[in-house]
Design a protein around this ligand. Structure first.
Ligand code: SAM
Ligand code: SF4
Length: 346
């Protein structure tokens, strides 16, 4: 494990919980710790992405302080994501620092979403630092197809990452983006693969976030279609199971495993939204599908006292919108939100 310094600051005194104007309790923070990635998935990025200058990034100490301010305000679940979170230098320091909130009980879950490529290196350390469950993104089981989707990824490396996670005792959930004409013939195979390993799997519809090289309208596959096809061969029972995220789950009678469906395009899941998203530059997005944002870097840097930061967070939560209105414009083929998922954090 890399050298891990003690956390920079103690946890701030608990303050009032974050309730938005629609009465929703914000208890889940997703943090994109870098917009960089070792893959170039076709639905996520263009091959030649321009990334943020490194000097604009918050330091790990600043990210810790920001996350800790949210924990003090009632965040119970923290998901580290990106870009690829495990390519950020010395990332274990942040996990170590944040794990103190697990020890105090202030935080219930510290987790991450990863493409899996760095898990052979990090899985055991993550488990030792209190991470229990992780999401690994996997859209196909075919090495050639994997290369075509991720452009730079290597299927064998991700499989080794998945095995390392299992060996370390991490509970894995697989995430797969349903892509028309790309992996739609593999949906059942992905379900059987996940369930055969004791993992749940969640399918996601492509969302129109940021410019990519191709045409998004040709990638979009409604999960209603995916679900109907699965029902031709499998028995899907509706269940109340939730993980605090936006997925709705069914249980498969034949395998005993669960399938989650995240349907931002076909079904508006905003009414129960408990999340906000922080970027690696300290910008807070109150909704994945809206442009409104709050700058938390300025109040963070303006004072060593957390009071201005806490006030800025309250002001931002007071602006959390009722919901998103994603559209993929067939006429202009333009995304409805210009920033990429890797910036806001998936
Ligand atoms: N690099 C990590 C990974 O791939 O798991 C974490 C970040 S990635 C942005 C998080 C998730 O967002 C992945 O499961 C990815 O498939 C998904 N994703 C990326 N762009 C998307 C888009 N435009 N629509 C839907 N899902 C997307
Ligand atoms: Fe990287 Fe994840 Fe985006 Fe793929 S989906 S390019 S792995 S950030």
């Amino acid at each position: 494990m890399q050298s891990i310094r003690p956390p920079a600051r103690p946890l701030a005194t608990p303050v009032a919980p974050m309730i938005d104007p629609f009465g929703r309790h914000v208890s889940y923070l997703r943090v994109s710790v870098t917009d960089r990635c070792d893959f170039r998935c076709v639905y996520c990025m263009s091959e030649h992405m321009t990334f943020l200058p490194k000097k604009d990034l918050l330091s790990l100490e600043e990210l810790d302080r920001l996350c800790s301010a949210f924990v003090a305000k009632g965040v119970k679940k923290l998901r580290i994501t990106g870009g690829e979170p495990l390519v950020r230098k010395n990332i274990l320091w942040l996990f170590k620092a944040l794990s103190r909130h697990l020890e105090t009980g202030a935080l219930q879950e510290l987790t991450l979403t990863t493409n899996g490529s760095q898990l052979p290196k990090y899985a055991a350390d993550l488990k030792a630092l209190g991470v229990e469950r992780i999401n690994i993104s996997l859209d196909t089981l075919q090495p050639d197809r994997f290369k075509a989707i991720t452009r730079w990824g290597d299927f064998a490396q991700v499989l080794a990452g998945l095995e390392a996670a299992e060996k370390a005792g991490l509970k894995v959930k697989l995430n797969a983006v349903a892509l028309k004409g790309v992996n739609e013939d593999e949906i059942e195979a992905l379900v059987r693969f996940a369930h055969g390993r004791g993992a749940d799997i969640t399918f996601i519809e492509t969302m129109p976030l940021g410019d990519i090289d191709g045409d998004r309208t040709s990638q979009y596959l409604p999960l209603s279609v995916v679900r109907a096809r699965l029902m031709e061969t499998l028995t899907l029972d509706e269940i109340a199971y939730r993980t605090g995220g936006p997925a709705r789950y069914v249980q498969v009678k034949e395998t005993g495993g669960r399938i989650g469906f995240i349907t931002p395009m076909t079904h508006n899941f905003c009414e129960s939204c408990n999340r906000v998203r922080l970027t690696c530059t300290g910008t807070l997005y109150m909704c994945l599908g809206q442009d409104d944002a709050a700058d938390l870097r300025a109040p963070l840097r303006a004072s060593l006292d957390d009071a201005p930061l806490s006030a800025a967070i309250d002001e931002a939560i007071g602006r959390k919108p009722k919901g998103h209105d994603f559209i993929i414009d067939r006429r202009t083929k333009r995304p409805s939100v210009q920033r990429h998922m890797s910036v806001t954090g998936g």
